[in-house]
Design a protein around this ligand. Sequence first.
Ligand code: SF4
Length: 298
Amino acid sequence: MQSLTSRILELRGQRNLLDPHRPWLFLSEDEFSAAGCLQTTSTIFLTNRECPWKCVMCDLWKNTTTQSVPHGAIAEQIRHALQQLPPATNLKLYNSGSFFDSAAVSPAEWPAIAELIRSFGTVTVENHPQLCDHRCGEFRDLCGTTLEVAVGLETAHEPTLLRLNKRMDLDDYRRACDTLRRQQIRIRSFILLRPPWTSETEGIDRALQSLDFAFNHGADVCTVIPCRESGGMMAELRAAGEFSPPQIESLHRVLREALTWGRGRVFADLWDLATAESPADQEWLVQLQRMNETQQPD
Ligand code: SF4
């Protein structure tokens, strides 16, 4: 019988052609920070080798390479982006995978990277729970900044989590959070709103349960990501009636409710909603943006 991973790979389209010496995207935005105010944050989307995990819902592979990028290319990408971005307090380095995957970002490049980013207040990198270990603290010490590691919990509904092909369970997430907290590293968690095999109502309830689970395990900040239909496996699941994207009202409900808890910052990922067309969706979008920026329930 065909494995889930090989089916996911079989259904994929073409990846984008990328220059390994340039990030595929970089941008500047204001984000409500741990300091309790809006601060400018630069985000650099590094061109990097594809993540070794193959999650059902992931479309990040589209902007990755099949091979490790040449030595020095990650620092070169960061330097290039920082030369063009406006000054910022904080920095996010997102590599469509795990920063502490040595085939993605070689530890031999850390000193050059640290030199470029040491002036930022907080540096955020993303990482799979199974790769959260002592190296996170070593990198933080080299940079001398506050380090935040963004970990995809995805969902605290374990049967769904296991079906996502992320090859992690809730114990892996717990262990990763314990390891990061012991090293005084901040935790950002990504939570999916309405992953496959989930009704709209279950989507709302489980996103809230997942936020609660993440905060219980020490997350400082969470981002709720509406699960999107990104082609490939997700298109197949949608055609089979096993996945539907969540409604924008559901995202509003989750964000609003979680902000009333006052347990930590919560953001709605509005990446795919910026093009919302109907006046009603535009109104939801404005409210979501306001809640993101003020961290007050609207
Ligand atoms: S671990 Fe993250 S980057 Fe890797 S395939 Fe899964 S969702 Fe995508």
